[in-house]
Write a protein of this length. Structure first.
Length: 400
């Protein structure tokens, strides 16, 4: 089965085409084409993602990325060369253009660009389109959704609306094989526990069986990635700050392995009996610490980055351990942009070793937003009997 994945929930525009094959052990997946355009440079000046600008950029990038992805996948067949399908009768063609125009009525440029592409190529051999319909920034999600619906109107390829967070969960089940772009999809042992940590989410999710989710812990305020980004901003570092803070923390850890932190920070909610999180107080504690200092030197930035990351690590590992004690999972999964963090990976690996639990981690490049995870989640949903539909909307608050 070939699936086209489309991701536009935040500031990455992603288009990916996968080919899947079911096997007894789960399945194989080949990435036929994978295109990603990151808007971070544009949003950097605002210190965060500007939703309407994200939307405009997605609209600008979707057609070139789709074209590049089809070419990469060998599915770009020019109309004149193909001569495979009998040319549609004129009336049907006009009806289709009208349908696409209606779907994209608020996206004039996207319509024009898409129309240009559609006039030159044959319908690709793709079985389904998986598009993120939430959660995320609603205007940004909206462009991806109408783009998928336009492709459906012209090509008749069914759509499977896909949850972005489910993408972050399932991408951890891909294990790279020796062949380039080929992965095995491994069967997850249930119950599993997923720690989803991104710019918009901090959640502990109990997965009782295939695609059966129950949120057992959530943040009461900021997401952990948001806290990383805000602390980076306070330290005068560019957006997104997660990796920069993490690199500074590593430098401090390596240079001064036994130094006592000069700026202790709190571990919010670490002793709360529930599995919820709070990161806003930690961020504010950094702000107050900085306010007391006459100047913020590079050394101080390093020290604060390390203490901040240690506070995050303490809270995350403590909550995961608590959830393991409560739910006795067979697998721990991490996902979301913050799961690219090497310390979070290694600390959770230690916990899994201690409890003798499987640990599923996405490839670093697949931790942050991408369309591969959306295509895969779409495939898994179709396999599980999920319905394809065009009767759905973008939903910024969609829950697992
Ligand atoms: O999943 P993602 O790409 O987008 C959302 O859905 O939010 O996550 C982006 C977040 C940003 O807050 C970014 O700072 C953080 O992931 N991030 C990291 C690292 N790499 C990305 N945080 C900590 N350490 C990293 N290495
Ligand atoms: Zn994400």
């Amino acid at each position: 089965m070939k699936i086209l994945g489309i991701e536009t929930s935040c500031d990455e525009t992603g288009v990916c085409i996968i080919k899947t094959q079911e096997t007894e052990a789960g399945g194989n997946l080949t990435v036929l084409g994978n295109q990603l355009y990151s808007q971070v440079k544009l949003h950097e000046q605002y210190g965060g993602v500007f939703p309407m600008m994200a939307k405009r950029e997605h609209a600008k990038n979707l057609v070139p990325l789709l074209e590049a992805c089809l070419r990469e996948a060998g599915l770009y067949i020019s109309k004149d060369k193909a001569n495979l399908s009998p040319s549609l009768d004129k009336e049907a063609e006009i009806r289709k253009v009208g349908a696409v125009k209606k779907i994209l009525e608020r996206e004039g440029n996207l319509f024009v660009e898409l129309q240009k592409l559609l006039e030159t190529i044959e319908k690709p051999t793709i079985d389904a389109i998986a598009v993120t319909n939430g959660p995320g920034l609603e205007p940004a999600l909206w462009v991806g959704v109408v783009f998928a619906k336009a492709l459906n109107a012209v090509w008749g390829i069914p759509i499977i609306p896909t949850n972005h967070m489910e993408g972050h969960v399932v991408v951890s089940s891909l294990i790279k094989t020796e062949n380039k772009n080929e992965y095995s999809i491994i069967e997850t042992k249930y119950p599993a526990l997923a720690l989803l940590i991104s710019g918009g989410h901090t959640q502990l999710v109990l997965i009782k069986g295939n695609l059966q989710y129950k949120i057992i812990g959530n943040t009461c305020d900021d997401a952990v990635g948001e806290a990383y980004d805000k602390v980076a901003r306070m330290l005068g570092l560019p957006y997104p700050g997660g990796k920069i803070i993490s690199d500074l923390a590593k430098k401090e850890r390596t240079e001064f392995p036994s130094k006592k932190t000069p700026y202790p920070l709190p571990r919010p909610m670490i002793h709360s009996k529930d599995l919820n999180f709070s990161f806003s107080g930690l961020k504010t504690a950094v702000l107050y610490t900085l306010k007391k200092l006459p100047e913020i030197t590079d050394q101080i930035k390093q020290e604060i980055a390390l203490e901040f990351e240690n506070a995050v690590l303490d809270v995350l590992t403590s909550k995961v351990s608590q959830a393991i004690e409560e739910y006795d999972p067979k697998t721990i999964i991490i996902g979301g942009g913050v799961s690219a963090n090497p310390m979070i990976r290694s600390e959770l690996q230690k916990i899994c070793n201690k409890y003798n639990i499987n640990f599923l981690v996405p490839e670093v490049a697949a931790s942050t937003d991408n369309a591969l995870m959306i295509a895969l989640a779409g495939f898994m949903n179709i396999k599980a009997g999920g319905q394809t539909t065009t009767d759905f909307r973008a939903n910024g608050n969609l829950s697992l």
